[in-house]
Design a protein around this ligand. Structure first.
Ligand SMILES: NC(=O)c1ccc[n+]([C@@H]2O[C@H](COP(=O)([O-])OP(=O)(O)OC[C@H]3O[C@@H](n4cnc5c(N)ncnc54)[C@H](O)[C@@H]3O)[C@@H](O)[C@H]2O)c1
Length: 313
């Protein structure tokens, strides 16, 4: 059985490869061939963290497997990543183990790629200003994916930590040659942005609807556990909301808190990104629509990415 470390995976699988893999897996799941039970949580509130077990079967790649991943919001203060993962993949027909892969980079790149696919299907074609609320590990990958699917001229960033902000601006400057603006508030960062991407672990809504201009596309990435919410419910009510998976999004996505409070209903959700990709539903109708992608992270994307890495070696 192979073991693949982060460096060899990073060399084999870049964002431009991940975007089509993630898009194809969205379609395969929406069409009912891929199998993915909702992720299982192991909550450790005493450590402000949790673990998730995420199994999936991706028949087009003849691969099945499981990712074991955590999210511990206090880790960056200790110099450790918030999100770290390990993936095990097997032959679907016999169950034989094929490989163990470091899953931290795959998680980061496939999450960026899912934001990229959502942005490609939902953002205005002429989107130029991309705003990032939260500039930690995931923001880099979202920015990379967005810059691959739209001709971005300005990237704005707001983060609580000046050190994280500097790390973000320095690292994106390696591939983004446009204007980079450090904003002093979420309001300043969001106003008149064409795309707003949130990657914080916040349990208090940060983005207010009066700061979101008509036509904006929002990637709500950070809310991936019960009780997390980054956008005020008024933003969700104003937007055409697309999820990645109903069982996961209703339990732990951006919509979980307003659904529990009865402020939002299932009928308020437009559909899934998979349905958009497979063409069974439509996205934005006008350049004035506000669209929102509620991402919880799908195991099909981890296992399909692991399959793509293995077949490239
Ligand atoms: N949807 C998915 O598939 C998926 C995948 C990976 C991570 N996540 C989630 O995304 C979130 C971020 O993950 P990460 O790895 O980037 O974490 P991280 O700790 O590296 O970054 C989070 C950043 O948010 C900033 N932040 C927190 N509150 C803020 C506020 N009020 N205003 C501005 N900035 C603020 C922090 O300073 C930090 O830099 C977590 O909740 C994680 O669980 C979701």
């Amino acid at each position: 059985m192979k073991y693949l470390d982060k460096d060899s995976i990073k060399k084999a699988y870049k964002m431009k490869e991940a975007i089509p893999v993630v898009e194809a897996a969205f379609k395969e799941f929406a069409e009912g061939t891929a199998i993915m039970p909702p992720k299982q949580y192991l909550d450790l509130k005493q450590f402000n963290g949790d673990f998730r077990a995420m199994p999936a079967y991706v028949p087009s790649m003849d691969i099945a497997g499981i990712k074991w991943v955590n999210s511990h919001g206090n880790n960056p203060k200790k110099g450790i990543d918030s999100v770290m993962a390990t993936i095990i993949v097997n032959k679907p027909e016999t169950g034989e183990p094929i490989a163990v892969l470091d899953g931290t980079y795959i998680t980061a790149v496939r999450t960026g790629a899912s934001g990229g696919v959502a942005t490609n299907f939902l953002a205005k074609k002429d989107a130029k200003i991309a705003a990032f609320i939260g500039g930690g590990a995931q923001a880099y990958y979202q920015c990379e994916a967005i810059c691959l699917v739209r001709d971005i001229e300005e990237v704005r960033i707001v983060d609580l930590s000046p050190e994280t902000t500097k790390l973000f601006t320095d690292s994106i400057a390696k591939f983004f040659k446009g204007k980079i603006t450090v904003s002093s508030s979420i309001e300043e960062c969001s106003k008149n942005a064409d795309i707003i991407t949130l990657t914080t672990p916040s349990r208090t809504p940060l983005l207010k609807s009066e700061w979101v201009s008509p036509g904006t596309h929002i990637n709500a990435i950070g809310a991936d556990a019960e009780g997390k919410q980054e956008c005020d419910t008024s933003v969700l009510k104003k937007a055409l909301v697309f999820i990645d998976d109903w069982p996961q999004a209703s339990h732990s996505g951006e919509i979980n808190v307003p659904l529990t409070k009865g402020e939002l209903k299932k009928e308020d959700i437009k559909g899934s990104i998979g349905e958009l990709v497979s063409g069974t539903i439509s996205g934005r109708q006008t350049d004035q629509d506000i669209t929102l992608f509620d991402s919880t992270g799908l195991a099909i994307h981890d296992i399909a990415s692991a399959g793509a890495v293995l077949s490239s070696l």
